[in-house]
Design a protein. Structure first.
Length: 214
């Protein structure tokens, strides 16, 4: 005897509660945090873009507000486009400001007379032109050019420096100070740099000191 479908063994058809939409998975905690970070980044980018945007409330030369600023290359800068100078402008030097003169070079004393470095240089230049300079040879040392004797140099100083008054002792003292003190003359063929008034003692003008003050 057929009594119809079994209501107890047949699985009932399960429908969504709303009858139309399927069930959706809720967002996890990490997904919600990522979404919040993306929103914060977008807000920050929008704020930076708004701060970097040109000021559209600038006033043109005719007194009307500028509603649009041309961003093209090569345009003439508008009033207010130039960056502001944060540091105070540097004022030019006052013409009345006293200038500091350079310090004078120290004087050179020769036999009690004071000479400027320029005067000494001129004196040595003249001596190099008027002394009988010649080459001289020394055994094992070789040949030296433009040499003169200590006696010749003292005689030249005596005859050409007016302040010495023709005094041979003053000329000899000055020659010794130039050689041993100022290191202007170089002794040849001997150790040391002593000055001797002799026709056997030969000297040269040092090229690094002559003419430097002329």
């Amino acid at each position: 005897m057929d009594s119809g479908p079994d209501r107890y063994t047949t699985s009932p058809r399960i429908r969504p509660l709303d009858g139309h939409k399927p069930l959706r998975r809720s967002a996890t905690v990490s997904e919600r945090i990522s979404a919040s970070l993306r929103q914060l980044q977008k807000k920050s980018a929008d704020a930076l873009a708004a701060a970097a945007a040109p000021n559209t409330s600038q006033i043109a030369d005719d007194g009307k507000p500028l509603s649009h600023v041309d961003k093209g290359k090569g345009r003439e800068p508008l009033n207010g486009d130039m960056p502001q100078v944060l540091s105070p402008p540097i004022s030019p030097l006052d013409d009345n400001t006293p200038s500091v003169p350079p310090k004078p070079l120290p004087q050179i004393l020769l036999a009690g007379l004071s000479f400027s470095p320029s005067a000494v240089s001129q004196l040595l230049t003249r001596a190099a032109a008027e002394l009988p300079l010649r080459p001289v040879k020394f055994p094992l040392l070789g040949e030296y050019q433009d040499a003169f004797t200590g006696e010749e140099f003292v005689t030249w100083l005596k005859d050409n420096v007016e302040g010495f008054g023709g005094n041979l002792d003053h000329a000899e003292e000055a020659a010794r100070e130039l050689t041993e003190g100022e290191n202007v003359l170089r002794r040849l063929g001997e150790l040391g740099n002593q000055f001797e008034v002799s026709d056997d003692a030969f000297y040269q003008f040092r090229p690094r000191v002559i003419f430097v003050c002329s």
